[in-house]
Design a binder for this molecule. Structure first.
Ligand code: FEO
Ligand code: CA
Ligand code: CA
Length: 629
């Protein structure tokens, strides 16, 4: 999601900031590394093509040029199929085509939702020609989605609009089959499923389930939630379940508690004074003055079994409550499962969760994620990152500070992390581990509110408009380690502008740099691909870039995909054979003043009566080779 998540709600920024000498040392060490490259090339790090630096890039495609227009772009020799669009019917091939002028809750419940974000792919019966696409629907943009709403928004929002929005949230599971080398959605597959914000019962699971702070008037058990929302990125577990990350849940709640209310400080730390949606106008559940504990039931990682359409999703509270961007999973050498997660807000934190028990591959424990330890990252200037445990009763996480149980620690994970001295980051989005190499990449999208006094080693730029990518190396591939090494892979932005202080490999072309890294994926060769949300602030559309992570070209970017105007790109996901790259084009045509009647583009239908439709694309090479080869 874009700007609404940018508000700062961490009152403790500065805790974890290093001394100025440490910052200078960190900067110098990075420049020394670059200097080694520069000395040989005899040039500054700029967008100018310097040949040759070293061996060729491992990515083989002709870059897509910088620019911004109403359509998407792929390199020569590639094609992008529009796989599925907002409004496509999931259950009935004979259903009428989507009619944006006749939207309703009932109709939307049967159709692909709005603003597709994370994409997961789960194989079916070990059949390489069948799979389940698991897609998050992060949020709705009502002025762009509904006719005649923009002019008097939000007053124009009716209860029917809100119910349709709720039905367009959540996620979709869609069976795909490989036919003639192309993936096709199967309408009416028994696996197809919609998950929504209001009609999908979910079980609270783990240490928080049943706690008083989760009980509401409609759920006195504190164990049953009516849905999920603002599902941003996510992950697929080794046992084939889908993790949906609940991100900006605060935006859906109206009202404000008195300062002396027991939940007031908790609400403030999660930014609950700021609502973008009209849900609280019609439903008490989303009015905190009526239901002050309802927000405690959101901000979790939701686990869904896509192979069982009747399964009840579970909110895995052991993984903590924050504005979860994603949840990518790897297995430590001792068999424990590790989930990497970012809390996407300015000055919030990077986490990992380590299960207590090892994964039994012969008989996976379906509730493995209910028991384990949540850690938050503290970055030191010398390239060390310490993972600090959020355990009730340890250090400051005790009654004196208002924590009476592990449930309290998890519900207020942000405040617990504040007290532990975690490092405030520049909006952590996807955190992408590589099972094979023990490396982990953190996308830090941007933070223009960081002042010169607030820089720290891992977030070294004040007014960081373009973000950066950190690489963590887990010792000997031990993802469960509590101490790891780190360095900055790239500081993003325009390398031609010295004031930006970008650091790209000098082989990076004028098309190969970008700003605002957001989601990331690894292909079958372990190569990193980065999607952006906010590159438009550099004057060009968002897209996907390949980024070298090793060798002489480490830190080189190459432009692979360009989104239509107004869109961000999310959910990059490769098929198992890396021959297809699935990606989400989210909020196409959106921007200041954009509306259903006057969008910035009508992508991908380009019909005068059809608004832009968020869609999933499937990109492949015309010759059938793997992507980027
Ligand atoms: Fe939903 Fe942080 O992007
Ligand atoms: Ca984003
Ligand atoms: Ca995102």
């Amino acid at each position: 999601m874009f700007d609404p998540e940018d508000h700062t709600s961490n009152p403790t920024i500065g805790a974890g900031a290093p001394l100025i000498g440490e910052i200078i040392q960190a900067r110098l060490s990075r420049r020394t590394v670059l200097g080694g490259l520069l000395a040989g090339a005899g040039a500054l790090v700029t967008g100018c093509t310097i040949e040759p630096v070293a061996k060729k890039s491992t990515f083989s495609f002709q870059e897509v040029g910088r620019g911004m227009d109403d359509n998407h772009h792929v390199p020569p020799g590639y094609t992008a199929d529009v796989l599925i669009k907002w409004g496509d019917h999931l259950f009935d091939a004979s259903a009428p085509d989507f009619d944006p002028y006749r939207q309703s809750e009932a109709d939307q419940l049967a159709r692909f939702g709005y603003n597709n974000d994370y994409i997961g792919f789960v194989s079916l019966n070990d059949d390489p020609s069948r799979g389940l696409l698991c897609v998050n629907h992060e949020y709705t943009s009502a002025p762009l989605m509904f006719p005649n709403v923009a002019k008097d928004f939000p007053k124009s929002m009716t209860q029917d609009h809100v119910l349709t929005e709720m039905a367009a949230h959540g996620g979709s599971i869609v069976e795909l089959r490989l036919q003639g080398g192309r993936w096709q959605p199967i309408q009416g597959s028994p696996f197809n499923r919609r998950i929504t914000a209001h009609k999908s019962p979910m079980q609270m699971s783990g240490p928080v389930a049943g706690h008083d702070r989760l009980k509401t008037s409609s759920d006195p058990t504190g164990r049953l939630v009516a849905g999920t929302m603002n599902n941003c990125a996510g992950g697929i577990t080794p046992w084939g379940t889908w993790l949906m990350a609940e991100e900006n849940f605060n935006l859906y709640f109206t009202g404000k508690l008195d300062d002396d209310h027991a939940e007031a400080a908790n609400h403030a730390r999660y930014g609950l004074s700021y609502s973008l949606f009209s849900w609280g106008k019609f439903f008490d559940r989303f009015n905190v003055e009526r239901e002050p504990t309802e927000p405690n039931r959101f901000g979790w990682i939701v686990e869904v079994d896509p192979r069982d359409p009747t399964s009840t999703p579970k909110k895995r509270s052991a993984l903590g409550r924050f504005k979860h961007e994603g949840a990518e999973t790897v297995i430590a050498p001792d068999g424990r499962v590790v989930v990497y997660m970012g809390d996407d807000q300015r000055f919030d934190y990077v986490y990992k969760f380590v299960t207590k028990n090892a994964l039994r591959k012969d008989q996976p424990d379906p509730d493995l994620l209910d028991d384990g330890t949540l850690f938050v990252a503290k970055f030191a200037y010398d390239g060390v990152v310490d993972w600090l445990a959020l355990r009730f009763g340890e250090g400051p996480l005790n009654e004196t500070n208002g924590f009476n149980s592990q449930a309290d620690v998890l519900i207020e994970a942000r405040r617990a992390a504040d007290l532990l001295g975690a490092t405030p980051m520049d909006r952590p989005e996807d955190v992408q581990p590589d099972q094979k190499t023990g490396r982990v990449w953190i996308m830090l999208t941007n933070n223009h509110q960081r002042s010169a006094e607030q820089v720290n080693a891992a977030n070294p730029r004040a007014n960081n408009n373009n973000g950066h990518i950190i690489e963590i190396v887990e010792p000997a591939g031990n993802f469960g380690s509590t101490r790891s090494r780190w360095e900055i892979l790239v500081k993003c932005g325009d390398p031609n502008d010295d004031t930006v202080e970008a650091t790209w490999n000098i082989a990076t072309s004028d098309d190969g740099w970008f700003g605002s890294p957001d989601n990331a994926a690894l292909d079958g060769a372990g190569r990193l691909w980065v999607a952006t949300d906010g590159n438009h602030t550099t004057g060009a559309a968002d897209g996907i870039w390949a980024v070298e992570t090793s060798g002489a070209r480490k830190g080189m970017g190459s432009s692979f995909f360009r989104a239509p105007i107004g869109a961000e790109v999310c959910g990059p996901q490769f098929s198992a054979d890396s021959k297809t790259l699935f990606l989400s084009v989210q909020h196409p045509g959106d921007g200041p003043g954009a509306s259903f009647e006057n969008p910035l583009t009508r992508w991908p239908d380009f019909q005068p009566t059809m608004p832009p439709r968020p869609s999933v694309l499937a990109i492949r090479q015309l010759n059938g080779d793997p992507i980027g080869s």
